[in-house]
Design a protein around this ligand. Structure first.
Ligand SMILES: N[C@@H](CCC(=O)N[C@@H](CS)C(=O)NCC(=O)O)C(=O)O
Length: 204
């Protein structure tokens, strides 16, 4: 079995898990979930000098990171419809959509972290900068929903996992306002069994 090093509420881990479920490769993966950042560091720093999850350790011990590389590796291991289009311009569009989705995830994580800092250390400028990224990215999607059309691909998965993470992480900055089409799209996408199987609720 390959081993996927994970944390419970990471959009990037979720992306890998959704890709693995959608392609059937999940059967070959054991998921190792660290409950604290310290446990995660202990588990993955030997495999990834950046000490970030997800890391996929192959059967021969080779570690792969980050989520983009892992998802593309997973996509090489099955014969179903490919999540990464192989050729033509569709490939670049899907990779760019993945980058947009991952960027929303990065910005939501930084935004959540900044909001959680003590009053005297929190930077309104940093909050505004990260929120502007989430807001602009969701606006670009809202204004051209055709980007999300077509058979399931890694770009759609990245966007869905990032928006799910924003729902989980942010209580004061809500991306759904003014984004009704994107909200409807994710409601439908969330019905996929792979999204349901990897859902994590907002903490009480
Ligand atoms: N670009 C990376 C991002 C991974 C990432 O940001 N992981 C976070 C958790 S969501 C992490 O492990 N952070 C711990 C740290 O930075 O020390 C990917 O796509 O996998």
């Amino acid at each position: 079995m390959m081993k996927l090093y994970a944390r419970p509420a990471s959009p990037f881990v979720r992306k890998v898990r959704v890709a693995a479920i959608e392609t059937g490769v999940i059967e070959k993966i054991e998921i190792v979930i660290a409950q604290t950042p310290e446990d995660s560091h202990r588990a993955v720093s030997q495999f990834n000098p950046l000490s970030k999850i997800p890391v996929l350790v192959l059967d021969d011990g080779t570690p792969l990171y980050d989520s983009r590389v892992i998802c593309e590796y997973i996509d090489s291991m099955h014969e179903r419809t490919k999540l990464f289009p192989r050729d033509g311009f569709a490939k670049w569009r899907v990779l760019c959509l993945q980058a947009l989705g991952d960027g929303i995830g990065d910005a939501a994580a930084l935004l959540g972290g900044e909001i959680a800092r003590p009053d005297n250390l929190r930077s309104d400028g940093a909050i505004a900068r990260q929120w502007a990224k989430v807001s602009a990215a969701t606006e670009v999607l809202e204004n051209d929903m055709a980007q999300l059309d077509g058979v399931i691909n890694i770009g759609q998965i990245a966007v869905a996992c990032a928006l799910g993470y924003a729902d989980f992480r942010l209580t004061t900055h809500l991306w759904r306002e003014g984004r009704p089409k994107l909200a409807a799209w994710i409601a439908a996408f969330n019905e996929r069994p792979a999204m349901k199987a990897t859902y994590f609720p907002r903490p009480k």
